[in-house]
Design a binder for this molecule. Sequence first.
Ligand SMILES: O=C(O)CCC(=O)C(=O)O
Length: 333
Amino acid sequence: MGNYYLPKSRARDDRYMVSVEAYKHYHREGYLIVKGLLSTSDVAELYELAEQSRIQSLKQDAAADPDSKDPLKEEFAKATRIHMLSRQNAAAERGMLHPRIVDVTEALIGPDVLALQSMMFLNPPGKGGQGWHQDACYIKTHPDTLIGAWIALEEADEENGCLWVVPCSNHEPIYPPDGVGGGNVHALDAFRDLHAVQNVSHIDDEVNTLSKVVANYPPAIPVPLSPGDVLFFHSHLFHRSYPNRTTDRFRRSYVCHYCNARSWVPWDHDGYEGDSGNYRQILARGATHLPYSEPSFGTEVYLSDGEEAANSVTMMGMDNGMMMPMGMKKEEE
Ligand SMILES: O=C(O)CCC(=O)C(=O)O
Protein backbone atom coordinates (compact mmCIF):
# COMPACT_ATOMS: atom_id res chain seq x y z
CA MET A 1 0.00 0.00 0.00
CA GLY A 2 1.24 3.51 -0.72
CA ASN A 3 1.60 6.47 1.58
CA TYR A 4 -1.63 8.06 2.67
CA TYR A 5 -2.53 11.13 4.69
CA LEU A 6 -2.50 10.38 8.40
CA PRO A 7 -4.59 12.36 10.88
CA LYS A 8 -2.45 15.02 12.54
CA SER A 9 -3.96 14.93 15.99
CA ARG A 10 -3.36 11.99 18.26
CA ALA A 11 -6.55 10.19 19.22
CA ARG A 12 -7.97 11.84 22.34
CA ASP A 13 -11.14 11.02 24.21
CA ASP A 14 -12.28 14.63 23.97
CA ARG A 15 -11.32 15.10 20.29
CA TYR A 16 -13.97 17.27 18.57
CA MET A 17 -14.97 15.87 15.21
CA VAL A 18 -16.36 18.33 12.66
CA SER A 19 -19.27 17.09 10.54
CA VAL A 20 -19.28 17.37 6.75
CA GLU A 21 -22.37 19.63 7.00
CA ALA A 22 -20.52 21.92 9.43
CA TYR A 23 -17.50 22.07 7.11
CA LYS A 24 -19.76 22.97 4.18
CA HIS A 25 -21.62 25.56 6.27
CA TYR A 26 -18.37 27.26 7.23
CA HIS A 27 -17.11 27.46 3.66
CA ARG A 28 -20.52 28.47 2.26
CA GLU A 29 -21.67 30.97 4.91
CA GLY A 30 -18.30 32.03 6.33
CA TYR A 31 -18.97 31.09 9.93
CA LEU A 32 -19.62 28.11 12.16
CA ILE A 33 -21.08 28.07 15.66
CA VAL A 34 -19.92 25.17 17.84
CA LYS A 35 -22.04 25.01 20.98
CA GLY A 36 -20.38 23.87 24.21
CA LEU A 37 -16.93 23.35 22.68
CA LEU A 38 -15.20 24.41 25.90
CA SER A 39 -16.00 22.88 29.29
CA THR A 40 -17.20 24.85 32.31
CA SER A 41 -13.73 24.60 33.87
CA ASP A 42 -12.00 25.79 30.67
CA VAL A 43 -14.31 28.80 30.58
CA ALA A 44 -13.81 29.43 34.31
CA GLU A 45 -10.04 29.64 33.83
CA LEU A 46 -10.36 32.24 31.04
CA TYR A 47 -13.10 34.14 32.87
CA GLU A 48 -10.85 34.36 35.93
CA LEU A 49 -8.04 35.67 33.71
CA ALA A 50 -10.39 38.32 32.29
CA GLU A 51 -11.31 39.36 35.82
CA GLN A 52 -7.67 39.51 36.97
CA SER A 53 -6.78 41.60 33.93
CA ARG A 54 -9.67 43.97 34.58
CA ILE A 55 -8.74 44.39 38.26
CA GLN A 56 -5.09 44.86 37.35
CA SER A 57 -5.95 47.61 34.88
CA LEU A 58 -8.17 49.26 37.52
CA LYS A 59 -5.25 49.29 39.97
CA GLN A 60 -2.96 50.81 37.38
CA ASP A 61 -5.46 53.55 36.65
CA ALA A 62 -6.19 54.16 40.32
CA ALA A 63 -2.48 54.74 40.81
CA ALA A 64 -2.43 57.11 37.85
CA ASP A 65 -5.40 59.07 39.19
CA PRO A 66 -5.34 59.00 43.02
CA ASP A 67 -8.09 61.68 43.24
CA SER A 68 -10.63 59.52 41.49
CA LYS A 69 -13.58 58.90 43.86
CA ASP A 70 -15.92 56.95 41.63
CA PRO A 71 -14.71 53.39 41.01
CA LEU A 72 -17.64 52.59 38.72
CA LYS A 73 -16.94 55.57 36.49
CA GLU A 74 -13.27 54.71 36.47
CA GLU A 75 -14.03 51.16 35.52
CA PHE A 76 -16.12 52.30 32.57
CA ALA A 77 -13.19 54.28 31.26
CA LYS A 78 -11.04 51.14 30.92
CA ALA A 79 -9.82 49.75 27.65
CA THR A 80 -12.30 47.22 26.38
CA ARG A 81 -9.75 44.67 25.19
CA ILE A 82 -6.26 43.40 26.00
CA HIS A 83 -4.09 42.06 23.21
CA MET A 84 -1.71 39.08 23.29
CA LEU A 85 -2.12 37.95 26.89
CA SER A 86 -1.14 34.57 25.42
CA ARG A 87 2.47 35.77 25.37
CA GLN A 88 2.39 36.71 29.06
CA ASN A 89 0.17 34.22 30.80
CA ALA A 90 -0.07 30.41 30.87
CA ALA A 91 -3.88 30.32 31.07
CA ALA A 92 -4.15 32.62 28.05
CA GLU A 93 -1.74 30.37 26.12
CA ARG A 94 -3.78 27.29 27.11
CA GLY A 95 -6.93 29.03 25.87
CA MET A 96 -5.40 29.93 22.52
CA LEU A 97 -4.00 26.41 22.02
CA HIS A 98 -7.04 24.61 23.39
CA PRO A 99 -7.02 21.24 21.60
CA ARG A 100 -10.76 21.30 20.85
CA ILE A 101 -10.48 24.71 19.21
CA VAL A 102 -7.50 23.51 17.21
CA ASP A 103 -9.49 20.35 16.29
CA VAL A 104 -12.01 22.58 14.52
CA THR A 105 -9.42 24.82 12.85
CA GLU A 106 -7.57 21.68 11.73
CA ALA A 107 -10.71 20.59 9.88
CA LEU A 108 -11.59 24.02 8.47
CA ILE A 109 -8.23 25.47 7.40
CA GLY A 110 -5.63 22.82 8.36
CA PRO A 111 -4.29 20.27 8.80
CA ASP A 112 -1.30 22.38 9.88
CA VAL A 113 -2.31 25.23 12.19
CA LEU A 114 -0.42 28.30 13.39
CA ALA A 115 -1.81 30.27 16.36
CA LEU A 116 -1.31 34.00 15.78
CA GLN A 117 -3.27 36.38 17.91
CA SER A 118 -5.24 36.50 21.16
CA MET A 119 -7.53 39.27 22.42
CA MET A 120 -9.35 39.36 25.75
CA PHE A 121 -12.52 41.45 25.51
CA LEU A 122 -14.05 42.93 28.66
CA ASN A 123 -16.66 45.31 27.19
CA PRO A 124 -18.06 46.84 30.36
CA PRO A 125 -21.52 48.47 30.37
CA GLY A 126 -21.68 51.28 27.85
CA LYS A 127 -18.34 50.34 26.22
CA GLY A 128 -16.93 48.32 23.36
CA GLY A 129 -18.13 47.67 19.85
CA GLN A 130 -16.28 47.55 16.55
CA GLY A 131 -17.86 48.55 13.22
CA TRP A 132 -17.93 46.55 9.97
CA HIS A 133 -14.60 45.05 9.01
CA GLN A 134 -12.85 42.00 7.57
CA ASP A 135 -10.07 40.51 9.69
CA ALA A 136 -7.69 39.74 6.82
CA CYS A 137 -7.54 43.50 6.29
CA TYR A 138 -5.46 43.60 9.50
CA ILE A 139 -3.56 40.31 9.47
CA LYS A 140 -1.98 39.26 6.21
CA THR A 141 -1.36 35.56 5.47
CA HIS A 142 -0.21 34.21 2.08
CA PRO A 143 -2.02 32.09 1.02
CA ASP A 144 -4.88 33.84 2.75
CA THR A 145 -6.00 31.27 5.36
CA LEU A 146 -6.80 33.38 8.44
CA ILE A 147 -9.66 32.30 10.70
CA GLY A 148 -11.03 33.74 13.96
CA ALA A 149 -12.39 31.85 16.98
CA TRP A 150 -14.69 33.91 19.23
CA ILE A 151 -15.04 32.19 22.61
CA ALA A 152 -17.93 33.30 24.83
CA LEU A 153 -16.92 33.56 28.50
CA GLU A 154 -20.42 34.63 29.58
CA GLU A 155 -23.78 35.12 27.91
CA ALA A 156 -23.31 37.34 24.85
CA ASP A 157 -26.50 38.73 23.35
CA GLU A 158 -27.75 41.78 21.49
CA GLU A 159 -28.01 43.82 24.69
CA ASN A 160 -24.42 43.38 25.85
CA GLY A 161 -22.92 43.52 22.34
CA CYS A 162 -22.60 40.09 20.73
CA LEU A 163 -21.03 39.73 17.30
CA TRP A 164 -23.09 40.24 14.11
CA VAL A 165 -22.18 38.55 10.83
CA VAL A 166 -23.21 38.84 7.18
CA PRO A 167 -23.67 35.25 5.98
CA CYS A 168 -21.88 34.43 2.71
CA SER A 169 -19.88 37.69 2.66
CA ASN A 170 -16.76 35.54 3.12
CA HIS A 171 -16.74 35.19 -0.68
CA GLU A 172 -15.91 38.89 -1.04
CA PRO A 173 -12.32 40.02 -1.58
CA ILE A 174 -10.76 42.26 1.06
CA TYR A 175 -11.77 45.89 0.47
CA PRO A 176 -8.62 48.00 0.72
CA PRO A 177 -8.74 50.73 3.35
CA ASP A 178 -8.14 54.14 1.79
CA GLY A 179 -4.73 55.68 2.16
CA VAL A 180 -2.68 52.64 3.16
CA GLY A 181 -1.50 51.54 -0.27
CA GLY A 182 -3.99 48.76 -0.85
CA GLY A 183 -3.99 47.32 2.65
CA ASN A 184 -3.95 43.56 2.73
CA VAL A 185 -5.74 42.71 -0.51
CA HIS A 186 -4.13 39.46 -1.60
CA ALA A 187 -3.92 40.45 -5.29
CA LEU A 188 -4.66 44.15 -5.51
CA ASP A 189 -3.71 44.61 -9.15
CA ALA A 190 -5.75 41.61 -10.26
CA PHE A 191 -9.18 43.20 -9.75
CA ARG A 192 -10.92 45.47 -12.25
CA ASP A 193 -13.47 47.09 -9.98
CA LEU A 194 -12.32 46.66 -6.39
CA HIS A 195 -12.76 50.00 -4.65
CA ALA A 196 -11.23 51.41 -1.49
CA VAL A 197 -13.28 51.91 1.68
CA GLN A 198 -12.98 54.54 4.39
CA ASN A 199 -12.91 54.22 8.16
CA VAL A 200 -13.19 50.45 8.33
CA SER A 201 -14.08 49.31 11.89
CA HIS A 202 -15.64 52.70 12.70
CA ILE A 203 -18.77 52.08 14.68
CA ASP A 204 -20.80 54.65 12.73
CA ASP A 205 -22.11 53.28 9.43
CA GLU A 206 -22.30 56.79 7.98
CA VAL A 207 -18.53 57.11 8.37
CA ASN A 208 -17.49 53.50 7.71
CA THR A 209 -18.09 53.04 3.97
CA LEU A 210 -17.69 49.26 4.10
CA SER A 211 -21.32 49.48 5.31
CA LYS A 212 -22.33 50.30 1.69
CA VAL A 213 -21.04 46.90 0.54
CA VAL A 214 -22.69 45.24 3.54
CA ALA A 215 -25.98 46.81 2.36
CA ASN A 216 -25.86 44.62 -0.78
CA TYR A 217 -26.64 41.60 1.42
CA PRO A 218 -29.73 40.47 3.33
CA PRO A 219 -29.71 41.87 6.87
CA ALA A 220 -26.83 40.82 9.13
CA ILE A 221 -27.62 38.32 11.87
CA PRO A 222 -26.66 38.50 15.55
CA VAL A 223 -24.70 35.58 17.03
CA PRO A 224 -25.83 35.19 20.64
CA LEU A 225 -23.63 32.70 22.48
CA SER A 226 -23.47 31.02 25.89
CA PRO A 227 -20.29 30.40 27.89
CA GLY A 228 -18.15 27.75 26.16
CA ASP A 229 -19.75 28.26 22.73
CA VAL A 230 -17.30 29.22 19.99
CA LEU A 231 -17.96 31.11 16.76
CA PHE A 232 -15.43 30.33 14.01
CA PHE A 233 -15.42 33.01 11.33
CA HIS A 234 -13.71 33.45 7.98
CA SER A 235 -11.28 36.35 7.71
CA HIS A 236 -13.15 37.90 4.74
CA LEU A 237 -16.54 37.76 6.50
CA PHE A 238 -18.15 41.15 7.14
CA HIS A 239 -18.76 41.30 10.89
CA ARG A 240 -19.15 43.82 13.67
CA SER A 241 -20.23 44.34 17.29
CA TYR A 242 -22.15 47.13 19.01
CA PRO A 243 -21.40 48.80 22.34
CA ASN A 244 -22.67 47.04 25.44
CA ARG A 245 -26.11 48.63 26.03
CA THR A 246 -26.63 47.14 29.48
CA THR A 247 -26.01 48.99 32.72
CA ASP A 248 -25.00 45.98 34.80
CA ARG A 249 -23.40 43.30 32.61
CA PHE A 250 -19.98 42.92 31.01
CA ARG A 251 -19.37 41.06 27.76
CA ARG A 252 -16.25 39.01 28.34
CA SER A 253 -14.96 36.95 25.43
CA TYR A 254 -11.64 35.56 24.29
CA VAL A 255 -10.92 35.90 20.58
CA CYS A 256 -8.02 34.14 18.85
CA HIS A 257 -6.80 34.03 15.27
CA TYR A 258 -5.14 31.15 13.43
CA CYS A 259 -3.96 30.35 9.93
CA ASN A 260 -2.69 27.38 7.99
CA ALA A 261 0.92 26.85 9.11
CA ARG A 262 2.04 26.67 5.46
CA SER A 263 1.02 30.30 4.96
CA TRP A 264 3.67 32.99 4.92
CA VAL A 265 2.74 35.50 7.64
CA PRO A 266 4.16 38.99 7.08
CA TRP A 267 2.56 40.09 10.38
CA ASP A 268 3.21 40.09 14.07
CA HIS A 269 1.40 41.87 16.85
CA ASP A 270 4.37 43.98 17.85
CA GLY A 271 6.65 43.85 14.87
CA TYR A 272 9.24 41.36 13.74
CA GLU A 273 12.65 41.19 12.19
CA GLY A 274 13.22 39.70 8.78
CA ASP A 275 10.79 38.96 5.97
CA SER A 276 7.99 37.45 7.97
CA GLY A 277 6.62 36.99 11.47
CA ASN A 278 6.15 33.21 11.18
CA TYR A 279 8.92 32.55 13.69
CA ARG A 280 6.93 34.46 16.35
CA GLN A 281 3.75 32.38 15.88
CA ILE A 282 3.08 29.09 17.65
CA LEU A 283 2.71 25.87 15.69
CA ALA A 284 -0.49 24.49 17.22
CA ARG A 285 -1.03 21.38 15.09
CA GLY A 286 0.62 19.39 12.33
CA ALA A 287 3.88 20.45 10.72
CA THR A 288 5.34 23.20 8.57
CA HIS A 289 8.35 23.86 6.36
CA LEU A 290 8.29 27.48 7.59
CA PRO A 291 9.74 28.90 10.82
CA TYR A 292 7.55 28.75 13.93
CA SER A 293 7.61 29.25 17.66
CA GLU A 294 6.91 26.79 20.49
CA PRO A 295 4.49 27.45 23.34
CA SER A 296 6.21 29.62 25.98
CA PHE A 297 4.37 28.09 28.95
CA GLY A 298 4.60 24.43 27.98
CA THR A 299 1.04 24.00 26.69
CA GLU A 300 0.83 20.62 24.96
CA VAL A 301 0.35 20.73 21.20
CA TYR A 302 -0.08 17.80 18.82
CA LEU A 303 2.52 17.99 16.08
CA SER A 304 3.40 15.55 13.31
CA ASP A 305 6.89 14.25 12.90
CA GLY A 306 8.76 15.11 9.72
CA GLU A 307 8.32 11.68 8.18
CA GLU A 308 4.56 11.74 8.59
CA ALA A 309 4.34 15.23 7.15
CA ALA A 310 6.27 14.12 4.06
CA ASN A 311 3.85 11.29 3.33
CA SER A 312 1.39 11.92 0.55
CA VAL A 313 -0.29 10.14 -2.28
CA THR A 314 1.43 10.60 -5.63
CA MET A 315 -0.86 9.83 -8.53
CA MET A 316 0.12 8.62 -11.97
CA GLY A 317 -1.99 8.47 -15.12
CA MET A 318 -2.85 5.03 -16.50
CA ASP A 319 -3.44 4.13 -20.14
CA ASN A 320 -7.17 3.75 -19.51
CA GLY A 321 -7.42 7.36 -18.29
CA MET A 322 -7.70 6.36 -14.61
CA MET A 323 -5.36 7.68 -11.96
CA MET A 324 -3.37 5.24 -9.85
CA PRO A 325 -1.55 5.99 -6.60
CA MET A 326 2.18 5.47 -7.21
CA GLY A 327 2.54 3.41 -4.02
CA MET A 328 -0.09 0.92 -5.15
CA LYS A 329 1.58 0.56 -8.54
CA LYS A 330 4.91 -0.08 -6.92
CA GLU A 331 3.41 -2.81 -4.76
CA GLU A 332 1.94 -4.58 -7.73
CA GLU A 333 5.27 -4.70 -9.58
O1 LIG B 1 -15.86 41.05 19.86
C1 LIG B 1 -15.90 42.16 19.36
O2 LIG B 1 -16.50 43.09 19.87
C2 LIG B 1 -15.21 42.40 18.03
C3 LIG B 1 -14.36 41.23 17.64
C4 LIG B 1 -13.96 41.30 16.22
O3 LIG B 1 -14.59 41.90 15.40
C5 LIG B 1 -12.76 40.58 15.78
O4 LIG B 1 -12.09 39.94 16.58
O5 LIG B 1 -12.44 40.64 14.58
